[in-house]
Design a protein around this ligand. Sequence first.
Ligand SMILES: C[S@@+](CC[C@H](N)C(=O)[O-])C[C@H]1O[C@@H](n2cnc3c(N)ncnc32)[C@H](O)[C@@H]1O
Length: 296
Amino acid sequence: MKAIMLTIFNYLQSIIMLSYRHAFHAGNHADVLKHYVLGLVLAHIIQKSAPYWYVDTHAGAGLYSLTEGYAAQNAEFEQGIEKLMFAESLPTALAEFVTQIKSFNANTLAFYPGSPLVAQQYLRADDKMRLFELHPNDNKLLLENFKRQGRQVKIELQDGFAGLKAMLPPPTRRAVVLIDPPYEDKQDYQRVVKTIKESLARFATGTYIVWYPLLQRPEPNEMIDSLMDLNAPNWLHIAMTIEEPSAEGFGMFGSGLFIINPPWTLPKTLEETMPTLTKLLALDETAEYVLESHIS
Ligand SMILES: C[S@@+](CC[C@H](N)C(=O)[O-])C[C@H]1O[C@@H](n2cnc3c(N)ncnc32)[C@H](O)[C@@H]1O
């Protein structure tokens, strides 16, 4: 009986997992916040010459077409990256992010990079990337997008939470880890906390970036509280609301990132640039950001 229940559970889990395709959301406000901050973290880590590892536990497909397929259906990028592409007088850090996105495009916005391709821009000859993507189709696309990279980039069709645990600490003792699950399965919130706890026990000095959605349900806030309760000495929390939560109680009204061991420069850069980013992505007058950090 227990074995049958387990099989049914695993089957339902795989249906939940397979229903999420990041392409539907490519380039939306949450991607913009996540990839902008990811770039800031990586730009800081490459200021030192010692090699590092970039680990993406939930990597997605790597690159998304915005003119056809899933991303074009809901066109979420129109309320995300598109608003930055033609903005004038951007603060330097945001302007650099836009320049990066432009480098994937010719004259019009047709492609948007996922986190692995954003990270690839900061990869030097001795650095390594380890990417986990469990969806077979997105894994295939990811392999295709990195086919010229050779052994520097390793792509696994494997659970990213388990994969991360197995590789810590990295041989270089320097790493940036992005944990970006779909959260379609509520268990993801607890898995993130457990993974961070175990990862810090194995590799306390790594930089861990956790992305999460702002939703009208308790799990996201509970997860952030649990992450803070881990008492990591250095952390930063940035959350951006782009609109008032809906009256029906559904939908993502913003997103956030909790970063353990962030660059010491990050609070200042975000203080200087988040007002502009929030204003550009705002859908109504309630849009705001919250920035809190503890860096010893
Ligand atoms: C939010 S998307 C990732 C987006 C990507 N990090 C980016 O910023 O471009 C989450 C991805 O995780 C994949 N996924 C879901 N569960 C997973 C797991 N346990 N391990 C690895 N990948 C998983 C999904 O198929 C999906 O492509």
